[in-house]
Design a binder for this molecule. Structure first.
Ligand SMILES: NC(=O)c1ccc[n+]([C@@H]2O[C@H](COP(=O)([O-])OP(=O)(O)OC[C@H]3O[C@@H](n4cnc5c(N)ncnc54)[C@H](O)[C@@H]3O)[C@@H](O)[C@H]2O)c1
Ligand SMILES: O=P(O)(O)OC[C@H](O)CO
Length: 336
Protein backbone atom coordinates (compact mmCIF):
# COMPACT_ATOMS: atom_id res chain seq x y z
CA UNK A 1 0.00 0.00 0.00
CA UNK A 2 1.35 3.48 -0.87
CA UNK A 3 1.85 5.72 2.17
CA UNK A 4 -0.41 8.78 2.45
CA UNK A 5 0.73 12.02 0.82
CA UNK A 6 2.26 14.33 3.43
CA UNK A 7 1.08 17.94 3.39
CA UNK A 8 2.06 20.90 5.55
CA UNK A 9 -0.34 23.81 5.96
CA UNK A 10 1.15 27.03 7.29
CA UNK A 11 -1.59 29.14 8.86
CA UNK A 12 -4.30 27.91 11.24
CA UNK A 13 -6.86 30.59 10.34
CA UNK A 14 -10.20 29.86 8.69
CA UNK A 15 -9.03 28.82 5.26
CA UNK A 16 -5.80 27.13 6.33
CA UNK A 17 -7.77 24.96 8.75
CA UNK A 18 -10.62 24.30 6.30
CA UNK A 19 -8.23 23.36 3.50
CA UNK A 20 -6.26 21.14 5.89
CA UNK A 21 -9.57 19.38 6.51
CA UNK A 22 -10.07 18.91 2.76
CA UNK A 23 -6.57 17.45 2.37
CA UNK A 24 -7.08 15.17 5.37
CA UNK A 25 -10.49 14.02 4.13
CA UNK A 26 -8.82 13.26 0.77
CA UNK A 27 -6.42 10.94 2.61
CA UNK A 28 -3.36 13.15 3.18
CA UNK A 29 -1.39 13.19 6.38
CA UNK A 30 -1.55 16.88 7.39
CA UNK A 31 0.60 18.95 9.71
CA UNK A 32 -0.83 22.37 10.52
CA UNK A 33 1.52 25.13 11.60
CA UNK A 34 0.02 27.59 14.10
CA UNK A 35 1.59 30.79 15.43
CA UNK A 36 0.16 30.42 18.90
CA UNK A 37 0.88 27.36 21.10
CA UNK A 38 -2.55 27.54 22.73
CA UNK A 39 -4.26 27.20 19.34
CA UNK A 40 -2.03 24.26 18.31
CA UNK A 41 -2.80 22.64 21.65
CA UNK A 42 -6.55 23.23 21.22
CA UNK A 43 -6.51 21.68 17.72
CA UNK A 44 -4.66 18.58 18.99
CA UNK A 45 -6.65 18.09 22.17
CA UNK A 46 -10.18 19.05 21.09
CA UNK A 47 -10.01 18.31 17.32
CA UNK A 48 -11.53 21.73 16.70
CA UNK A 49 -10.23 25.21 15.92
CA UNK A 50 -12.18 27.21 18.52
CA UNK A 51 -10.83 30.59 17.33
CA UNK A 52 -11.54 30.36 13.60
CA UNK A 53 -13.96 27.48 12.96
CA UNK A 54 -15.81 26.85 16.23
CA UNK A 55 -18.09 23.84 16.20
CA UNK A 56 -16.39 22.11 13.27
CA UNK A 57 -14.89 18.69 14.02
CA UNK A 58 -11.44 18.23 12.45
CA UNK A 59 -10.26 14.87 11.07
CA UNK A 60 -7.88 12.72 13.11
CA UNK A 61 -5.13 12.89 10.47
CA UNK A 62 -4.44 16.60 11.14
CA UNK A 63 -1.83 17.42 13.75
CA UNK A 64 -0.96 20.98 14.75
CA UNK A 65 2.44 22.30 15.79
CA UNK A 66 4.15 25.65 16.31
CA UNK A 67 7.43 24.15 15.09
CA UNK A 68 7.81 25.23 11.45
CA UNK A 69 10.64 22.73 10.81
CA UNK A 70 8.52 19.88 12.08
CA UNK A 71 5.58 21.00 9.90
CA UNK A 72 7.70 21.34 6.76
CA UNK A 73 9.59 18.08 7.19
CA UNK A 74 8.97 15.67 4.29
CA UNK A 75 5.96 17.57 2.93
CA UNK A 76 5.11 16.87 -0.71
CA UNK A 77 2.84 19.93 -0.64
CA UNK A 78 3.62 23.02 1.46
CA UNK A 79 0.45 25.07 1.65
CA UNK A 80 0.62 28.75 2.59
CA UNK A 81 -2.44 30.33 4.25
CA UNK A 82 -1.29 33.54 5.93
CA UNK A 83 -2.27 37.15 5.12
CA UNK A 84 -0.90 38.27 1.74
CA UNK A 85 0.97 41.19 3.27
CA UNK A 86 2.90 39.01 5.75
CA UNK A 87 3.77 36.21 3.32
CA UNK A 88 7.18 37.59 2.31
CA UNK A 89 8.41 37.88 5.90
CA UNK A 90 6.94 34.50 6.87
CA UNK A 91 8.51 32.73 3.90
CA UNK A 92 11.91 34.25 4.57
CA UNK A 93 11.88 32.30 7.85
CA UNK A 94 10.41 29.11 6.41
CA UNK A 95 12.43 28.81 3.18
CA UNK A 96 15.48 27.09 4.77
CA UNK A 97 13.12 24.52 6.28
CA UNK A 98 11.27 23.50 3.11
CA UNK A 99 11.40 19.84 2.11
CA UNK A 100 13.44 19.23 -1.05
CA UNK A 101 11.18 19.09 -4.12
CA UNK A 102 8.10 20.27 -2.23
CA UNK A 103 5.33 21.97 -4.21
CA UNK A 104 4.46 25.37 -2.75
CA UNK A 105 0.73 26.03 -2.77
CA UNK A 106 -0.74 29.48 -2.24
CA UNK A 107 -4.25 29.78 -0.80
CA UNK A 108 -3.99 33.57 -0.63
CA UNK A 109 -6.06 36.07 -2.59
CA UNK A 110 -4.09 39.29 -2.51
CA UNK A 111 -1.45 41.40 -4.24
CA UNK A 112 1.60 42.60 -2.33
CA UNK A 113 1.67 46.31 -1.50
CA UNK A 114 4.66 48.14 -2.93
CA UNK A 115 5.88 45.44 -5.33
CA UNK A 116 2.40 44.78 -6.81
CA UNK A 117 3.42 41.11 -7.00
CA UNK A 118 0.94 38.27 -7.10
CA UNK A 119 1.40 35.70 -4.33
CA UNK A 120 3.04 33.12 -6.62
CA UNK A 121 5.53 35.79 -7.65
CA UNK A 122 6.34 36.57 -4.02
CA UNK A 123 6.84 32.84 -3.39
CA UNK A 124 9.19 32.54 -6.38
CA UNK A 125 11.04 35.70 -5.38
CA UNK A 126 11.68 34.57 -1.80
CA UNK A 127 12.22 30.82 -2.19
CA UNK A 128 13.80 30.82 -5.71
CA UNK A 129 11.68 27.74 -6.44
CA UNK A 130 10.69 27.59 -10.13
CA UNK A 131 7.12 28.37 -11.17
CA UNK A 132 6.67 24.72 -12.20
CA UNK A 133 6.62 23.92 -8.46
CA UNK A 134 4.32 26.76 -7.37
CA UNK A 135 0.56 26.19 -7.44
CA UNK A 136 -2.47 28.06 -6.25
CA UNK A 137 -5.94 27.06 -5.05
CA UNK A 138 -8.78 29.47 -5.72
CA UNK A 139 -12.49 29.68 -6.58
CA UNK A 140 -15.77 30.07 -4.67
CA UNK A 141 -14.51 28.60 -1.40
CA UNK A 142 -15.97 30.23 1.69
CA UNK A 143 -14.04 28.48 4.46
CA UNK A 144 -16.93 27.86 6.83
CA UNK A 145 -19.01 26.12 4.15
CA UNK A 146 -16.08 23.93 3.07
CA UNK A 147 -15.29 23.05 6.69
CA UNK A 148 -18.93 21.96 7.07
CA UNK A 149 -18.34 19.68 4.05
CA UNK A 150 -20.84 21.61 1.92
CA UNK A 151 -20.24 21.09 -1.82
CA UNK A 152 -17.93 23.38 -3.79
CA UNK A 153 -15.81 23.41 -6.91
CA UNK A 154 -12.37 25.01 -7.00
CA UNK A 155 -9.40 25.60 -9.29
CA UNK A 156 -5.89 24.30 -8.73
CA UNK A 157 -3.55 26.15 -11.05
CA UNK A 158 0.09 25.60 -11.90
CA UNK A 159 2.15 26.35 -14.98
CA UNK A 160 3.05 22.63 -14.99
CA UNK A 161 -0.21 20.80 -15.55
CA UNK A 162 1.12 17.52 -14.12
CA UNK A 163 1.78 19.30 -10.80
CA UNK A 164 -1.74 20.75 -10.85
CA UNK A 165 -3.06 17.22 -11.45
CA UNK A 166 -1.09 15.84 -8.47
CA UNK A 167 -2.53 18.56 -6.26
CA UNK A 168 -6.00 17.96 -7.69
CA UNK A 169 -5.78 14.31 -6.61
CA UNK A 170 -4.44 15.28 -3.18
CA UNK A 171 -7.43 17.53 -2.39
CA UNK A 172 -10.31 15.85 -4.21
CA UNK A 173 -13.12 14.77 -1.88
CA UNK A 174 -16.84 13.99 -2.31
CA UNK A 175 -17.62 17.63 -1.36
CA UNK A 176 -14.60 19.45 -2.86
CA UNK A 177 -14.21 19.24 -6.65
CA UNK A 178 -11.01 20.85 -7.92
CA UNK A 179 -10.47 21.58 -11.63
CA UNK A 180 -6.98 22.16 -13.04
CA UNK A 181 -5.86 25.26 -14.92
CA UNK A 182 -2.47 26.44 -16.18
CA UNK A 183 -3.42 30.14 -16.28
CA UNK A 184 -1.89 31.09 -12.94
CA UNK A 185 -1.96 34.83 -13.69
CA UNK A 186 -5.70 34.82 -14.48
CA UNK A 187 -6.59 32.59 -11.54
CA UNK A 188 -4.65 34.74 -9.06
CA UNK A 189 -6.04 38.00 -10.41
CA UNK A 190 -9.58 36.62 -10.29
CA UNK A 191 -9.13 35.82 -6.59
CA UNK A 192 -7.48 39.10 -5.63
CA UNK A 193 -9.74 41.48 -7.56
CA UNK A 194 -12.96 39.77 -6.49
CA UNK A 195 -12.18 40.86 -2.94
CA UNK A 196 -12.13 44.49 -4.11
CA UNK A 197 -15.39 44.07 -6.02
CA UNK A 198 -16.79 42.29 -2.95
CA UNK A 199 -16.03 45.41 -0.93
CA UNK A 200 -17.79 47.56 -3.56
CA UNK A 201 -20.88 45.34 -3.56
CA UNK A 202 -20.88 45.30 0.25
CA UNK A 203 -20.78 49.10 0.31
CA UNK A 204 -23.68 49.22 -2.16
CA UNK A 205 -25.63 46.72 -0.04
CA UNK A 206 -24.94 48.73 3.10
CA UNK A 207 -26.23 51.85 1.35
CA UNK A 208 -29.37 49.97 0.31
CA UNK A 209 -28.77 50.45 -3.42
CA UNK A 210 -30.61 47.27 -4.45
CA UNK A 211 -29.99 44.21 -6.57
CA UNK A 212 -29.68 46.00 -9.92
CA UNK A 213 -26.71 47.88 -8.48
CA UNK A 214 -25.27 44.58 -7.25
CA UNK A 215 -25.67 42.90 -10.67
CA UNK A 216 -24.13 45.94 -12.35
CA UNK A 217 -21.14 46.06 -10.00
CA UNK A 218 -20.47 42.33 -10.34
CA UNK A 219 -20.60 42.50 -14.14
CA UNK A 220 -18.59 45.69 -14.54
CA UNK A 221 -16.23 44.42 -11.84
CA UNK A 222 -15.61 41.32 -13.91
CA UNK A 223 -15.09 43.52 -16.99
CA UNK A 224 -12.34 45.52 -15.29
CA UNK A 225 -10.76 42.35 -13.88
CA UNK A 226 -10.68 40.89 -17.39
CA UNK A 227 -9.15 44.09 -18.82
CA UNK A 228 -6.36 43.89 -16.26
CA UNK A 229 -5.90 40.19 -16.92
CA UNK A 230 -5.64 40.69 -20.67
CA UNK A 231 -3.01 43.39 -20.17
CA UNK A 232 -1.03 40.99 -17.96
CA UNK A 233 -1.19 38.02 -20.32
CA UNK A 234 -4.00 36.04 -18.69
CA UNK A 235 -6.50 33.95 -20.67
CA UNK A 236 -9.76 35.96 -20.72
CA UNK A 237 -11.78 32.72 -20.48
CA UNK A 238 -10.41 32.20 -16.96
CA UNK A 239 -12.56 35.10 -15.77
CA UNK A 240 -15.81 33.39 -16.77
CA UNK A 241 -14.73 30.33 -14.77
CA UNK A 242 -14.60 29.45 -11.08
CA UNK A 243 -11.64 31.74 -10.33
CA UNK A 244 -13.47 34.69 -11.86
CA UNK A 245 -17.26 34.72 -12.03
CA UNK A 246 -17.66 31.80 -9.61
CA UNK A 247 -15.74 33.46 -6.80
CA UNK A 248 -17.26 36.88 -7.48
CA UNK A 249 -20.79 35.52 -7.14
CA UNK A 250 -20.00 33.65 -3.91
CA UNK A 251 -18.20 36.61 -2.36
CA UNK A 252 -20.70 39.26 -3.41
CA UNK A 253 -23.72 37.30 -2.24
CA UNK A 254 -22.56 35.80 1.04
CA UNK A 255 -22.67 37.25 4.55
CA UNK A 256 -19.80 34.81 5.27
CA UNK A 257 -17.46 36.88 3.07
CA UNK A 258 -15.27 39.14 5.20
CA UNK A 259 -14.76 41.55 2.30
CA UNK A 260 -18.47 41.79 1.59
CA UNK A 261 -19.24 42.30 5.28
CA UNK A 262 -16.47 44.89 5.63
CA UNK A 263 -17.98 46.85 2.72
CA UNK A 264 -21.49 46.54 4.12
CA UNK A 265 -20.37 48.08 7.41
CA UNK A 266 -18.75 50.98 5.56
CA UNK A 267 -21.86 51.45 3.41
CA UNK A 268 -24.01 51.60 6.54
CA UNK A 269 -21.93 54.52 7.74
CA UNK A 270 -19.28 53.00 10.02
CA UNK A 271 -15.91 54.71 9.85
CA UNK A 272 -12.89 52.81 8.59
CA UNK A 273 -11.52 52.52 12.13
CA UNK A 274 -14.84 51.23 13.49
CA UNK A 275 -15.05 48.72 10.64
CA UNK A 276 -11.49 47.50 11.22
CA UNK A 277 -12.24 47.15 14.93
CA UNK A 278 -15.17 44.77 14.32
CA UNK A 279 -13.32 42.73 11.65
CA UNK A 280 -11.56 39.84 13.35
CA UNK A 281 -10.16 38.11 10.27
CA UNK A 282 -8.27 38.90 7.09
CA UNK A 283 -10.29 40.98 4.58
CA UNK A 284 -7.64 41.05 1.85
CA UNK A 285 -9.37 43.59 -0.38
CA UNK A 286 -8.84 46.37 2.19
CA UNK A 287 -5.11 46.42 1.48
CA UNK A 288 -5.08 44.80 -1.94
CA UNK A 289 -7.39 47.42 -3.47
CA UNK A 290 -4.36 49.73 -3.41
CA UNK A 291 -1.98 47.18 -4.93
CA UNK A 292 -4.55 46.19 -7.57
CA UNK A 293 -4.92 49.85 -8.52
CA UNK A 294 -1.12 50.08 -8.60
CA UNK A 295 -1.04 47.10 -11.00
CA UNK A 296 -3.74 48.68 -13.15
CA UNK A 297 -1.76 51.92 -13.43
CA UNK A 298 1.47 50.06 -14.23
CA UNK A 299 -0.39 48.35 -17.11
CA UNK A 300 -2.35 51.42 -18.22
CA UNK A 301 -5.72 49.82 -17.44
CA UNK A 302 -8.82 51.73 -16.35
CA UNK A 303 -10.39 50.15 -13.22
CA UNK A 304 -13.05 52.60 -12.04
CA UNK A 305 -14.67 50.36 -9.42
CA UNK A 306 -11.30 49.55 -7.85
CA UNK A 307 -10.44 53.25 -7.90
CA UNK A 308 -13.75 54.02 -6.20
CA UNK A 309 -13.08 51.45 -3.46
CA UNK A 310 -9.62 52.94 -2.84
CA UNK A 311 -11.23 56.38 -2.61
CA UNK A 312 -13.75 55.24 0.00
CA UNK A 313 -11.47 52.97 2.03
CA UNK A 314 -8.21 54.89 1.97
CA UNK A 315 -9.00 58.47 1.06
CA UNK A 316 -12.06 59.04 3.22
CA UNK A 317 -14.38 59.69 0.27
CA UNK A 318 -18.03 59.44 1.38
CA UNK A 319 -19.78 56.52 -0.41
CA UNK A 320 -22.55 58.84 -1.72
CA UNK A 321 -19.96 61.07 -3.38
CA UNK A 322 -18.13 58.05 -4.83
CA UNK A 323 -21.41 56.69 -6.20
CA UNK A 324 -22.22 59.98 -7.90
CA UNK A 325 -18.77 60.07 -9.52
CA UNK A 326 -19.02 56.47 -10.72
CA UNK A 327 -22.46 57.04 -12.25
CA UNK A 328 -21.45 60.26 -14.01
CA UNK A 329 -18.47 58.82 -15.89
CA UNK A 330 -18.62 59.37 -19.65
CA UNK A 331 -21.00 57.12 -21.60
CA UNK A 332 -19.27 54.39 -23.61
CA UNK A 333 -19.85 51.09 -25.46
CA UNK A 334 -20.11 48.07 -23.16
CA UNK A 335 -17.13 46.22 -24.62
CA UNK A 336 -14.48 48.83 -24.09
N1 LIG B 1 -11.58 32.36 4.75
C1 LIG B 1 -11.95 32.04 3.54
O1 LIG B 1 -13.13 31.73 3.29
C2 LIG B 1 -10.95 32.03 2.42
C3 LIG B 1 -11.23 31.29 1.28
C4 LIG B 1 -10.33 31.31 0.23
C5 LIG B 1 -9.16 32.06 0.32
N2 LIG B 1 -8.90 32.75 1.45
C6 LIG B 1 -7.64 33.48 1.51
O2 LIG B 1 -6.76 32.77 2.37
C7 LIG B 1 -5.87 33.67 3.00
C8 LIG B 1 -5.90 33.44 4.50
O3 LIG B 1 -7.21 33.74 4.91
P1 LIG B 1 -7.89 33.14 6.20
O4 LIG B 1 -9.34 33.16 5.94
O5 LIG B 1 -7.31 31.87 6.62
O6 LIG B 1 -7.53 34.32 7.21
P2 LIG B 1 -7.69 34.32 8.79
O7 LIG B 1 -7.70 35.74 9.18
O8 LIG B 1 -8.82 33.46 9.18
O9 LIG B 1 -6.35 33.62 9.27
C9 LIG B 1 -5.08 34.18 9.01
C10 LIG B 1 -4.02 33.31 9.65
O10 LIG B 1 -2.76 33.95 9.46
C11 LIG B 1 -2.14 34.09 10.74
N3 LIG B 1 -1.34 35.30 10.74
C12 LIG B 1 -1.74 36.58 10.88
N4 LIG B 1 -0.68 37.41 10.87
C13 LIG B 1 0.41 36.64 10.72
C14 LIG B 1 1.79 36.87 10.65
N5 LIG B 1 2.29 38.10 10.74
N6 LIG B 1 2.62 35.83 10.50
C15 LIG B 1 2.14 34.56 10.41
N7 LIG B 1 0.84 34.26 10.47
C16 LIG B 1 -0.01 35.29 10.63
C17 LIG B 1 -3.26 34.14 11.75
O11 LIG B 1 -2.78 33.76 13.02
C18 LIG B 1 -4.22 33.13 11.14
O12 LIG B 1 -3.84 31.82 11.49
C19 LIG B 1 -6.31 35.07 2.57
O13 LIG B 1 -5.49 35.50 1.51
C20 LIG B 1 -7.73 34.87 2.08
O14 LIG B 1 -8.08 35.80 1.06
C21 LIG B 1 -9.76 32.75 2.51
O1 LIG C 1 -14.25 36.01 3.28
P1 LIG C 1 -13.59 36.55 2.06
O2 LIG C 1 -14.22 37.81 1.57
O3 LIG C 1 -12.11 36.62 2.21
O4 LIG C 1 -13.87 35.48 0.88
C1 LIG C 1 -13.55 34.14 1.11
C2 LIG C 1 -13.27 33.40 -0.18
O5 LIG C 1 -12.26 34.02 -0.91
C3 LIG C 1 -14.48 33.17 -1.02
O6 LIG C 1 -14.12 32.34 -2.11
Amino acid sequence: MTPPVKAAVFGTGSWGTAFATVLADAGCDVTLWARRPELAEAVNSTRTNPDYLPGVELPGNIRATTDAAEAADGAEFTVLAVPSQTLRANLAEWTPLLAPGTVLVSLMKGVELGSAMRMSEVIEDVTKVGDDRIAIVTGPNLAREIAARMPAAAVVACRDESVAQRLQTACHTPYFRPYTNTDVIGCELGGAVKNVIGLAVGIADGMGLGDNAKGSLITRGLAETTRLGLAMGADPLTFSGLAGLGDLVATCSSPLSRNHTFGTNLGKGMTLQETIAVTKQTAEGVKSCESVLDLARRHGVDMPITETVVGIVHEGKPPVVALKELMSRSAKPERR
